[in-house]
Write a protein that binds this ligand. Sequence first.
Ligand SMILES: CC(C)(COP(=O)(O)OP(=O)(O)OC[C@H]1O[C@@H](n2cnc3c(N)ncnc32)[C@H](O)[C@@H]1OP(=O)(O)O)[C@@H](O)C(=O)NCCC(=O)NCCS
Length: 146
Amino acid sequence: MSSVETFSLDDIMALRVRVLRKGTPVTHAQYPEDSYADVVHFGIARDGDVVATSTWFSKECPLQPGVPAIQLKGMAVDDHLQTGGLGRALIDTGMEHARAASAHIVWARARDSAMGFYERCGFVSVGDGFIDEPTGMPHHIVIRTV
Ligand SMILES: CC(C)(COP(=O)(O)OP(=O)(O)OC[C@H]1O[C@@H](n2cnc3c(N)ncnc32)[C@H](O)[C@@H]1OP(=O)(O)O)[C@@H](O)C(=O)NCCC(=O)NCCS
């Protein structure tokens, strides 16, 4: 199993666009949170290329106001490596990071198509579904206690 490392935004952007904007007219995947002071981009590289990534930062969950929280965003594994355990490895590292940061919860705006992944990784779906921009895909908020 490849190890999880931290990368720069430049290092992970091509993968984000390739995986998360596939099938959409959108060709960028920059987030306002990429400029947060504590943002960290976890990733896994193979042969010098980043093939799995997710981005973590402190942000309150709208469904649990006042609770110290870290959000994860931009969860992407290259198509040919999906369901091979890389996504779970990123979650494991991110949860350790959240624990070290004294967060009480980790949360995400999860695509319904990826809900099985988040549930297998210990997250619970909360609240009503919504359509997220810019993908136009149905989503739910998911939360895991740290
Ligand atoms: C969703 C994604 C990040 C998961 O990463 P991954 O490396 O494929 O997932 P893992 O192999 O670590 O999977 C962990 C578990 O979740 C399951 N799983 C993975 N993707 C799933 C999915 N889309 N639906 C249901 N279950 C899924 C795996 O089978 C595995 O189950 P197990 O515990 O029985 O072994 C990856 O498939 C991906 O990039 N998908 C396309 C982009 C996307 O949807 N990103 C999430 C945006 S919110």
